[in-house]
Design a protein around this ligand. Structure first.
Ligand SMILES: Nc1ncnc2c1ncn2[C@@H]1O[C@H](COP(=O)(O)OP(=O)(O)OP(=O)(O)O)[C@@H](O)[C@H]1O
Length: 261
């Protein structure tokens, strides 16, 4: 049996007195498509940010392909080891954020080529060639010379996906990537994600409030509440036959609000 690509072991994280994650453990297998669902504030986004080393952990272990992501630092506390290690680990993971985070003063093409040129030393010509392939894949090659301000939210998000893919990560993290979009733009972004799921063997972790999409997309769904995994299973088990009362209550509210699960 293959080894997990991500191993999270008893991690804890507090912001001041507020404990967001409480001894959380989970494993992700290579190529798995995972949906993280649950009420607001349950810690889903924090997990993605910790994997991306945008937040530190207070305790526990995270291993990516068997390699420790955080080490005990000289002044105590767990932190990414050093710049070199951090760069290497970060290249394994791409993240797409709710608010796109494109560089506003750079063209679409420059947004996508920047990281490979800067962090991997890829030549400008090679970076452009790869960027155009990726922009084509997300249906944005015609806008390669446009500036982000000239794009719709859905277009920006598709560029952000191409940019995250430019370092050829093995793991992609999607943090509520459609929640800032007008409803008519949601589907174009979800279609790109469907395509990625179908055509690549990347490991994908998705934090979402789109339960219908999570149901179609995921191999496994994790339901979070107050920094813990309350229930996990195949989408049909979680969405059609949730066992835990907290999962049932959460889904009842979603359905009552008129959403598909
Ligand atoms: N940098 C921070 N400083 C202080 N508190 C924070 C910080 N980041 C997150 N939090 C708090 O931690 C809790 C968990 O946040 P997180 O974003 O992980 O939840 P979530 O499950 O992703 O929620 P949502 O679905 O609303 O995005 C929230 O109460 C949030 O306010």
């Amino acid at each position: 049996m293959a080894a997990p690509i991500i191993e999270i072991e008893s991690i804890s994280k507090s912001f001041g007195a507020f404990q967001v994650l409480d001894q959380l453990s989970m494993q992700v297998m290579p190529g798995e498509k995972l949906a993280l669902i649950g009420p607001s504030g349950s810690g889903k986004t924090t997990i993605l940010r910790i994997l991306m080393t945008l937040e530190r952990i207070d305790g526990g272990h995270i291993r990516i392909e068997g390699e420790e992501l955080y080490h005990m630092s000289k002044n105590g506390g767990l932190a990414p080891a050093d710049e070199k290690h951090l760069t290497k680990m970060r290249q394994k993971i791409g993240m797409v954020f709710q608010l796109f985070n494109l560089f506003p003063h750079m063209s679409v093409l420059d947004n996508v080529t920047l990281a490979p040129i800067l962090t991997k030393g890829v030549s400008r010509a090679d970076a452009r060639k790869r960027a155009m392939e990726l922009l084509d894949m997300v249906g944005m090659s015609a806008k390669a010379d446009a500036m982000p301000s000239q794009l719709s939210g859905g277009q920006k998000q598709r560029v952000a996906i191409a940019r995250a893919l430019a370092l050829s990560p093995k793991i992609m993290l999607f943090d509520e990537v459609t929640s800032a979009l007008d409803p008519e733009l949601v589907e174009e972004v979800l279609n790109v994600m469907r395509k990625l799921a179908a055509e690549t063997d990347m490991t994908m972790l998705l934090v979402t409030h789109e339960m219908g999409f999570a149901h179609d997309f995921a191999d496994r769904v994790l339901f979070f509440d107050r920094g813990r995994i309350v229930e996990e299973g195949k989408p049909d088990d979680i969405f059609r036959h949730p066992k835990q009362e907290r999962t049932q209550t959460f889904l009842r509210k979603i359905i009552a609000a008129g959403h598909r699960v």
